[in-house]
Design a protein. Sequence first.
Length: 303
Amino acid sequence: MSIATTIESESAAKPSGQSHKGENQERGLYVYCIIDRDEPQMPGTAEGDSTASRNLGAIGVGQDHPEVFVIWHQDVGAVVSATSRDKYDVSRGNVLAHQQVMEAVMERGHTVLPVRFNTVAKDKGGESADDRIVERVLKERFDEFLSLLGTMKNRVELGIKGLWTDMKSVFAEIVDSDERIRQLREKLLAVSQAPPSRQPGNVMTAQIKLGEMVKDSLEAKKLEAEERLTAVLKPFTADIKKNKPFGDTMFANLAVLVEEPSQARIISALSSFEAEASRQVKLKCVGPVPPSNFIELVIKWDD
């Protein structure tokens, strides 16, 4: 039996007369993600009662933290909240709120397809934001969303960072393993002990060169460590994305896409990697989170 297009809004949880529709011509809907209708029965709800999925609470983007709700077309929904703004500042608070809404949806058992931050549908030309989302997004891209939801079902993202805990040892290994760096370093140490009047004029140039050589060697060492970590994780992942590490101590900044049952094996593999590094490496694992590193839907209104 076909399920009709429905709008499950915050009006379901508010008294009559406080519907999200209103009369404000500037009204819009901020879009967080696309989800499937599959949802485990929530504790304390009767069979067939969908009220639990209608309202996620006042957790939306913006200082007023608007109510977050779902607009459905058949088995595909758009998670949204009301807004009068065209866009929001790309601040830590706003980006975090966007992320937390998706995480709240995940916790209810839905598969999540993240939508790009600052995606807003506005009432326009006599067409409501609700209708624009249904007609121009959920209906037009229905088959695409169903396919992606099927691919991403039971998959989550984990963020994994690899850090060295003893940089003194790391730099010592770099010096010991590169004859050119060692010789130039020894030469500069000898020069530094001579009186300033007897030091050659190219000391600064040599120091800059040494710094560049050490930096290049550190980047190569990071790449080697990242590749070893990636090889350990690969058997348990559907995909791996390598993001740029930041700072000298971080050698890996990975996003991994995993089947939910594989999370325990990932943690075990990380523990083994740390143990083999004799506690000179620390691995941080964050998640599960929405798979934003692997999919980000772009919605354009063409107007």
